[in-house]
Design a protein around this ligand. Structure first.
Ligand code: FUB
Length: 322
C-alpha cells in the first residue's frame, strides 16, 4: 500500500485560511449589512450593522435584527452573530434601524431605533451587555425616546412624520457627560445620566443644512465633528464645533452618493493611527437601496482640521499596522 500525500487539498486549505492582504468593498458579501457603527475596544474594532433581508423586488426595509463583526486589522472580519433583535424589546413592533454601541464603566450600551408598538412612530431603545459581542438585553423595559416627545418634524405637506426618532449616536465628552444625538429631518440631542439609560434635561434641536438623518459625532484634536446624511438621495456632510453643544459650523460634503443606493449612513473612527470612513452602498450583485452592504475607505484631514472628500473604492483598505 503506498502512502499518498494529498498536496493539493492541503495547499488549498492553507490558501483559504490565510488572512486577506487587502479588503475589498463591500467588506462582507455573504450577508447584507447596512447602517454601520463601529467601536474600538481593547485593540479590536467592533462593527455593528443593520441586516437587510428584503427579498428581490421588495422595495422597503425588511430589518429584524442587528449584526456584529470584529477585526484587529480592518480587513479580516469575524462574524459575531446577531447579539440583538427587535424581539429583545417587548415594546417594539419591528424595524431594526441604525444604532450605535458605546462602552462605559465596563458595560456596553447599544442605542437603537425601532417602531413602537403602542406609541405611534419610531422610538429609541437601549440594550446593555457585559461584552461588546453581547448578549444584549433591553436595559429599561421601555423606550428612552418616543415620538410624542418630538412633534416638530414635518413632511413637505406640513404633516408630522413618524420616523424622525431614528439613528441614535452617543458621545461621551471629556468631562464624562454623555450626549445622545439622533433624528430624521430634525437633528436633536439630549444629555444622558451617568447610568446611560436615562435622559437628563431638555431635547435641543441642532440646525444643519439639508439634514436628512444619520448623525455621527466624533472628535479630532480639539474639534467636535457632526457628520450626517445630507439631502436625498444622500450624500454625507459635516459640521464642526468648539464644544459638543455647538455652535456648529457647516463645513461641506465629504462623501458623494453611494453606488446603487439612496442612503449612505457613515461611521468615522480612528484605529492604529489611521482614520476610517465606514458607510454602505448597494454594491453586491443583488444590491440596492433595500439590500445594502458595508464598505470602508480611508478618511483624511487637512492641516486646518477640515476633512478631505472621501474616495470610495472597490479595493478597500490595507490591513492596519500591528
Ligand atoms: O436602515 C434604515 C434607515 O436607512 C436608517 O435608519 C437610515 O440611516 C438609513 O440608512
Amino acid at each position: 500500500m503506498s502512502l499518498r500525500i494529498p498536496i493539493r487539498p492541503i495547499a488549498t486549505c492553507l490558501i483559504l485560511a490565510a488572512p486577506a492582504l487587502r479588503a475589498s468593498n463591500p467588506i462582507i458579501t455573504d450577508v447584507l449589512t447596512a447602517d454601520p457603527a463601529a467601536m474600538v475596544h481593547d485593540g479590536t474594532v467592533y462593527l455593528y450593522t443593520g441586516h437587510d433581508e428584503a427579498p428581490d423586488k421588495t422595495n422597503r426595509y425588511v430589518m429584524k435584527d442587528w449584526l456584529c463583526f470584529s477585526s484587529t486589522d480592518m480587513v479580516n472580519w469575524t462574524p459575531r452573530g446577531s447579539p440583538l433583535g427587535v424581539k429583545d424589546f417587548s415594546w417594539s413592533k419591528g424595524d431594526a434601524w441604525a444604532g450605535q454601541v458605546i462602552a462605559r464603566d465596563g458595560k456596553f450600551f447599544w442605542y437603537v431605533p425601532t417602531s413602537h408598538a403602542t406609541i405611534h412612530g419610531f422610538a429609541i431603545g437601549v440594550a446593555v451587555a457585559d461584552q461588546p459581542t453581547g448578549p444584549f438585553k433591553d436595559a429599561r423595559g421601555s423606550a428612552l425616546i418616543t415620538s410624542d416627545l418630538t412633534t416638530d418634524a414635518l413632511d413637505a405637506a406640513g404633516k408630522q412624520i413618524s420616523w424622525d426618532d431614528i439613528d441614535p449616536t452617543v458621545f461621551i465628552d471629556d468631562d464624562g457627560q454623555a450626549y445622545l444625538f439622533w433624528g430624521n429631518t430634525k437633528c436633536r440631542y439630549i444629555k444622558l445620566k451617568p447610568n446611560m439609560v436615562e435622559t437628563d434635561g431638555p431635547i435641543v434641536n441642532v440646525d444643519l443644512p439639508h439634514f436628512t438623518e444619520a448623525p455621527w459625532i466624533h472628535k479630532h484634536g480639539d474639534l467636535y465633528y457632526l457628520s450626517y446624511a445630507y439631502g436625498f438621495p444622500e450624500r454625507t456632510a459635516y459640521a464642526t464645533a468648539p464644544k459638543i453643544t455647538g455652535p456648529w459650523t457647516y463645513r461641506g460634503i465629504i462623501n458623494e452618493l453611494a453606488g446603487n443606493c439612496n442612503t449612505n449612513h457613515q461611521a468615522i473612527i480612528d484605529f492604529k493611527g489611521r482614520s476610517y470612513f465606514i458607510y454602505h452602498n448597494g454594491g453586491t450583485p443583488q444590491g440596492g437601496s433595500f439590500r445594502r452592504s458595508v464598505c470602508i475607505d480611508y478618511l483624511y484631514y487637512n492641516p486646518d482640521g477640515t476633512i478631505k472628500r472621501v474616495v470610495m473604492t472597490s479595493e478597500g483598505v490595507a490591513p492596519a499596522a500591528p
